[in-house]
Design a protein around this ligand. Structure first.
Ligand code: AMP
Length: 468
């Protein structure tokens, strides 16, 4: 998963991208990068580095990134992909000038395309699937940027919300299914394309609208125009439901849903579906907070901060080694004995992936004196891996793919465990099987949008790690 931000027409473009990336930092912490240019597009400056936005950029680096048009990227890598050559935005020289690309999503046929391109002599500099788009774009002979992009993207499958910068434009494009979010807005006179609307809260800008699935927004000569990528009927739309459940920031509007309100409603729905006799409701911070508030409200139980989160460590899920993840939960969360002692506690989180976090949390709550621990999850069991950009492990590691709810309850050692139902989820965010089929919920149902998982992405294929 990643975040992208682009701005055209502001003399402090790189500084605004830098700040915008801060508001998107939750979408990726592995690397950050900015590429900037002037209106004439003669000189491009690029700086990328591994780590958090605040660590990658210093004041003097930002001072050197002069220009009025810029794109930036924060990257969340999957296994094996944590390498500086994969840091984005990627940049290449083409016959028609420099080409810059930042990608959020996951292409499902990138390996095959890459092999074909390599057979034809292409030399790749990274392992990122995004570089495939760069090669395809550079090969197109179409005169207009939009047509070159159309030609390139007609060959790729999967999820992409992309920002492309050329010598005279920035183009934002969303795949026809619209898996990943992308919004259009304004900061004063400058148009902005970003993964989430949270950037406008920070930068005092204005959200104009979602970029539609299959739409290209072209920022050029101070103006904005829209073109279609392909004919993209609404039936194709498959917005990632997990963005609303976990990934996006609660102050964002994503897919025309207010993220906080949605999570709060999921919590209420969960309380209706899975009530329990208890004294207090506590969230797993931060991911469970909005849903726990909804649960507590609906259940008429007091909401308490029974777990405190340290904000000085990153998301533990991102640590690749199992041993570190175990330790990380205790580094990250502390239980508050005065709140928990002798209480029957409902603890709410948004999801269970491997189950390691929940297991640690339940044992921490008991060690802090909780009399009973009832775990409530504001999404259905995560049973199938995502091939469209969310970093989920293989089926073997997904606890809900291996065990039923009672088996998971035993593993995490809770007194009771309940998940939100698929129907309950869709009752809140939109109809699963209605005429529009707006969402991809394959992580919960195993029903992948394209029908089949591409051979090259099957868990036992020769490829050990996925692109992100
Ligand atoms: P686990 O210990 O593997 O069950 O992890 C569960 C925790 O990871 C929950 O608190 C979730 O909020 C969080 N989580 C779920 N999906 C992801 C993801 N793709 N990236 C990072 N964290 C996640």
């Amino acid at each position: 998963m990643c975040g992208v931000f682009g701005i055209a027409g502001n003399s402090e473009a790189a500084k605004l991208v830098y700040l915008g990336l801060h508001a998107l930092q939750h979408r990726g912490q592995e690397s950050a990068g900015i590429v900037v240019t002037h209106g004439d597009g003669r000189q491009f400056h690029r700086h990328v580095g591994q780590g958090l936005v605040a660590d990658v950029f210093t004041e003097s680096i930002l001072d050197r990134l002069e220009g009025d048009r810029a794109v930036g990227h924060v990257r969340y890598s999957t296994a094996g992909g944590n390498d500086i050559s994969n840091a984005q935005p990627l940049m290449a020289e083409t016959l028609k000038g420099p080409l810059v690309i930042g990608h959020n999503g996951n292409l499902t046929n990138a390996l095959r395309l890459r092999e074909e391109l390599e057979h034809q002599g292409a030399i790749f500099r990274s392992r990122a699937d995004t570089e495939v788009i760069l090669h395809l774009f550079a090969r197109s002979r179409a005169p207009r940027v939009a047509d070159r992009l159309r030609e390139a993207l007609a060959q790729v499958e999967g999820a992409y919300s992309l920002l492309i910068m050329t010598k005279d434009s920035i183009v934002g494009v969303r795949d026809p299914s619209g898996f990943r979010p992308l919004v259009l807005g304004k900061i004063r006179d400058a148009y902005v394309l970003a993964s989430e609307s949270s950037v406008f809260d920070l930068l005092e800008g204005e959200l104009l609208r979602e970029v539609e699935p299959g739409e290209m927004i072209i920022l050029e000569n101070g103006g904005m125009r829209s073109e279609r990528l392909v004919h993209a009927p609404e039936a194709l739309e498959r917005r990632c439901i997990f963005e609303l459940i976990y990934f996006a920031r609660p102050n964002s509007r994503v897919f025309d849903h207010d993220v906080y309100v949605t999570r709060h409603e999921l919590g209420r729905q969960l309380a209706r579906e899975a009530p329990v006799e208890a004294d207090i409701v506590i969230p797993v911070p931060d991911s469970g907070v909005s849903a726990a508030l909804g649960y507590a409200e609906e259940a008429g139980l007091p909401f308490r901060h029974g777990l405190l989160r340290s904000h000085y460590v990153g998301r533990t899920f991102i640590e690749p080694a199992q041993a570190i993840r175990h330790f990380g939960v205790r580094l990250k969360l502390a239980a508050v004995r005065s709140i928990l002692a002798d209480k029957r506690v409902v603890v709410v989180d948004d999801s269970i992936v491997r189950g390691t976090t929940s297991r640690k949390i339940v044992s921490m709550l008991r060690a802090a004196g909780a009399k009973e621990v009832h775990l409530r999850i504001s999404s259905p069991p995560t049973r199938s891996p995502c091939y469209y950009g969310i970093d989920t492990p293989t089926k073997e590691e997904l606890i809900a793919a291996q065990q039923d709810v009672e088996g998971i309850r035993k593993y995490v050692a809770a007194d009771s465990l309940a998940y939100l139902s698929v129907e309950g989820l869709h009752a809140q965010v939109g109809d699963e099987r209605g005429p529009r089929q707006k969402f991809c919920n394959a992580c919960f149902t195993g029903e992948y949008p394209a029908g089949n998982i591409p051979e090259e992405l099957r868990p036992n294929s020769h490829v050990g790690s996925r692109f992100d």
